[in-house]
Write a protein that binds this ligand. Structure first.
Ligand SMILES: Cc1cc2nc3c(=O)[nH]c(=O)nc-3n(C[C@H](O)[C@H](O)[C@H](O)COP(=O)(O)OP(=O)(O)OC[C@H]3O[C@@H](n4cnc5c(N)ncnc54)[C@H](O)[C@@H]3O)c2cc1C
Length: 614
């Protein structure tokens, strides 16, 4: 099969349900600053994005993976077709839909932006990263930069003339960002000379744009150690004159690019700054030592974006596996499985294949509803800002609390679900002829970059649970408790809603246990030992809740539809997603609480030498 074929699939009907029916896009559309937005416009943008993704980005996904990036004479060459697709993407203006109005964009609500990103990322994860990082970097400059920096840099980045990167990682400073040793020496003219080496820089070089703006974390001479002493610098590949025109090449070199398991069309570069003592950067804004808070602006957005990457790839994996399962014939119905005279059936008729497909469907829909819930909290916080402080604080708090869940749960599940999609295909799924093996390879990185998933879990238990005096977590649990009270007598869903209530109790119990462990020195190691488990429990609780919420809404819609209405099957599908997840995953939350109570510390108790004895 030719590799230049689109294999990306999205379920727009499901996206419309989540955004417009479940999470009330129309509540915020039309209100400042989202005046001018409505459902019809948003739907037509999503339709157009899907068309563009299938026609332009999707066909380059597999070919980009096979060709990869090359380093030739110190410059990166991206795979064939990427340059043209970059131009077409700018012409189509798809990415500019989400750009703030003050930078000439349409200022789309974040809920819509999340779905646009799902489509572009799912159609070609590697290609989409170049614009994703550019946007993140431009937003940081847009928020923290001086007026001149906004004009000179952010404008050009938001219009795709220039790209952006985020440069945190160094060989000795991965998860431990504060160990960075890249230096910045202030010059009499107010600029800084940067020296140091950064590794794993996505889009660190490419041939798509005329300039690349690196945002580099570095330590000004004499600054304190750790993250507190870091400042953020704008370091362009080509120097930029005050009028915005390009000057000479800056002293930034591509030392090498990585050969990776996946996202091969995205160049991952090792960069050296100032090998010749002449790398000039300028501070973002006017104050030193603000590097981490500024970078966190980008990292929080990037963490949500990584969760969306996970959702996007898992969703297309599911939809491709579904199509294959309807087509591939093998075996007969299990009742006659030893009888060779019975007709061969498509594998979708086998119970276990149906189980895998429903497992994928339920997870993908649940994760999407978690992503859009977070996104709509963000939009609601923007709309209520300055009008209702309590509401704003509630919505901002939920965004903070849900961010590690979206990043870690979506990315862990993405890799697992892509594996499940390969299982549906059987041997064919292991071949490069089908898209799922690439999805599985591409998806592994999501649980590693932007802070490994353990870093997310520690952020959840170490910071987010107790944030605002614990009120964000309490509000989250309260919302679920109210849902349980309202729906526990429901004839169709009551039992599963009760299971949700039990899961909620279990999550609270473990949260209290975490607090106890953190205050007891001999048990403190249980916090990092159980943190990932807790993040999973809380994510499953959230996803189970949102699937049930969607299913109950779908039942109300079903009651209004005539027999034979084409939408009936869609809403019926929501019922099965929620019931499957409620019966097969929610009980695991209680089980995991039981595991936590055992307080197993064997991973820290086992002596190093006992891991292996030869
Ligand atoms: C394809 C790719 C693209 C990337 N893009 C970028 C980019 O654009 N910009 C950028 O700056 N970086 C980028 N990175 C780097 C990425 O963010 C790091 O790889 C990641 O943060 C982990 O750091 P590390 O690889 O050094 O692993 P380490 O920090 O060495 O971690 C190894 C393991 O130890 C665990 N660990 C580490 N510290 C602790 C701790 N204190 N407690 C418990 N467990 C711990 C980790 O969870 C992990 O399981 C990219 C990486 C890759 C592979």
């Amino acid at each position: 099969m030719s590799s230049a074929v689109n294999r990306y699939k999205a379920d727009l009907r499901e996206m419309f349900f989540v955004l417009f029916e479940q999470f009330g896009f129309n509540d915020i559309a039309g209100k400042a600053p989202y005046d001018g937005w409505d459902e019809e416009t948003a739907k037509s943008i999503l339709n157009e994005t899907y068309r563009f993704a299938r026609e332009v980005m999707g066909p380059l996904n597999s070919s980009g993976d096979r060709e990869g990036c090359r380093l030739v004479d110190g410059s990166v060459i991206t795979p064939k077709g990427f340059k043209d697709a970059w131009k077409k993407l700018a012409e189509a203006g798809i990415k500019q839909v989400s750009v703030p109005k003050e930078f000439g964009g349409q200022g789309a609500p974040f809920g819509l932006h999340a779905l646009i990103e799902e489509i572009t990322s799912g159609s070609n994860t590697a290609f989409n990263m170049y614009s994703g990082l550019t946007w993140g970097a431009a937003e940081v400059i847009g928020e923290f930069g001086t007026e001149a920096q906004k004009k000179v840099f952010a404008d050009k980045m938001f219009t795709q003339h220039w790209a952006g990167t985020m440069c945190l990682t160094e060989p000795q400073a991965g998860s431990d960002v504060g160990a960075a040793t890249t230096k910045a020496a202030k010059q009499p003219d107010g600029t800084y000379k940067i020296t140091g080496a950064k590794i794993f820089i996505s889009g660190g070089d490419q041939d798509l744009t005329e300039n690349i703006i690196h945002l580099v974390l570095a330590r000004v001479d004499g600054a304190p150690p750790g993250t507190k002493g870091l400042s953020l610098f704008i370091v362009p590949k080509f120097r930029v004159k005050p009028d915005g025109s390009l000057g000479e090449r800056n002293d930034v070199d591509v030392a090498s690019i990585e050969h990776k398991m996946g996202i091969n069309g995205s160049a991952t570069a090792a960069l050296s700054f100032g090998d010749n003592g002449n790398c000039i950067g300028e501070l973002v804004g006017a104050v030193e030592h603000q590097g981490m808070p500024q970078m966190f602006r980008m990292m929080n957005g990037a963490r949500i974006a990584v969760g969306i990457q996970g959702l996007a790839v898992a969703s297309s994996s599911y939809l491709n596996a579904l199509e294959y399962a309807k087509d591939r014939k093998q075996g007969s119905n299990f009742k006659f499985w030893r009888d060779p005279t019975k007709p061969r059936v498509p594998i979708i008729e086998h119970a276990d294949v149906r189980r895998m497909l429903l497992e994928m469907k339920a997870h993908v829909e649940g994760i999407r509803s978690l992503v859009i819930k977070l996104a709509m909290h963000r939009d609601r916080s923007v709309v209520s800002q300055g009008k209702d402080d309590a509401q704003t604080a509630y919505h901002v708090g939920q965004v903070d609390l849900l961010t590690p869940l979206v990043k870690a749960y979506a990315s862990d599940e993405s890799y697992r679900l892509c594996g499940l999609a390969i299982q549906v295909y059987g041997g064919a799924g292991f071949l490069k002829d089908w898209p799922v093996e690439q999805y599985a390879r591409d998806s592994k990185i999501f649980s590693i970059y932007e802070g490994t998933n353990h870093i997310q879990a520690m952020d959840l238990v170490g910071r987010k649970l107790g944030q605002s005096g614990g009120s964000n977590f309490s509000a989250f649990i309260n919302d679920i408790t109210q849902f349980v009270e309202k729906n526990k007598a429901d004839a169709a869903y009551g039992k599963v809603v009760e299971q949700l209530g039990a899961a909620s109790e279990a999550v609270m119990q473990v949260a209290m246990g975490m607090l106890g462990w953190s205050q007891t020195p001999e048990k403190a190691a249980l916090v990092p030992l159980m943190a990932n488990r807790f993040l999973r429990m809380m994510s499953e609780l959230a996803v189970g809740w949102l699937l049930l919420d969607g299913a109950i809404l779908a039942e109300q819609k079903l009651a209004t539809l005539a027999e034979g209405d084409v939408d009936r099957s869609f809403y019926e599908g929501k019922r099965y997603s929620a019931l499957w997840y409620g019966r097969n995953v929610l009980p695991e939350v209680e089980l995991n609480a039981k595991v936590c109570v055992l307080e197993d510390a064997s991973p820290v108790e086992i002596p190093d030498a006992a891991f292996a004895t030869s």
